[in-house]
Ligand binder design. Structure first.
Ligand code: GLN
Length: 195
């Protein structure tokens, strides 16, 4: 059974811990480099990416996180977590840092200009048994992707789920729906990386 951490600097950590446990992983919060070293994979939750970025710097986590992602640790980011995994962001704060990991440009609060938050049915590659309920809360979208990035889902013409090798990201929040299929996909990615 893989041990999967949830980055617990800020955001909806508890919901991800519950979803991971339901998807057959051992789940634990990660705040410090020593805790990061002990997990096989990591979820970066939804929340506020500017705050998460600041706290990652303050907790000495920015470099350790970047190193583990670069070394191939499986990572899944939802919403603010997706922003953290983008190589480049638009409408970010001046000093906002990301970890990178996916060759994509992500626009913060992209849907927010039309809709603060909404739900939509999303067909996602790699998820069987019908669409997932996409909960979007001041959500980003993926503005463009590089050649190695796989687009897994779109909504209204905008990319909202992507994968690149060991890194998965969604604009929406499966951890808020009680449907654990996306977490299941991530747990399988972690298992595959272990074997
Ligand atoms: N708008 C937030 C940000 O820029 C993300 C919102 C979310 O995670 N639900 O970080």
């Amino acid at each position: 059974t893989p041990t999967i951490g949830v980055l617990a600097l800020q955001g909806d950590v508890r919901e991800h811990l519950v979803a991971l446990a339901a998807a057959d992983a051992v789940a634990r919060p990660v705040r410090r480099p020593e805790e990061l070293a002990e997990v096989d994979g990591l979820v970066i939750p939804g929340g506020e990416s500017t705050t998460m970025s600041k706290l990652a710097v303050a907790f000495g986590m920015l470099q350790p996180l970047r190193e583990r992602v670069r070394a191939g640790m499986p990572v899944y980011g939802t919403c603010a977590g997706m922003i953290m995994l983008a190589d480049k962001i638009l409408d970010g704060r001046e000093d906002q840092e990301t970890l990178g990991g996916i060759d994509m440009i992500v626009r913060r609060n992209a849907f927010g200009r039309q809709n603060e938050s909404f739900e939509a049915s999303i067909e996602m590659d790699g998820i069987e048994g019908g669409p997932v309920e996409g909960v979007f809360i001041r959500a980003p979208w993926v503005e463009s992707t590089g050649a190695r990035t796989e687009v897994l889902a779109t909504y209204d013409g905008h990319t909202v789920a992507v994968r690149q090798a060991n890194v998965l990201a969604t604009s929406f929040h499966p951890e808020l729906t009680g449907d654990h299929r996306v977490h299941g996909l991530f747990v399988e990615m972690v298992r595959a990386a272990q074997s």
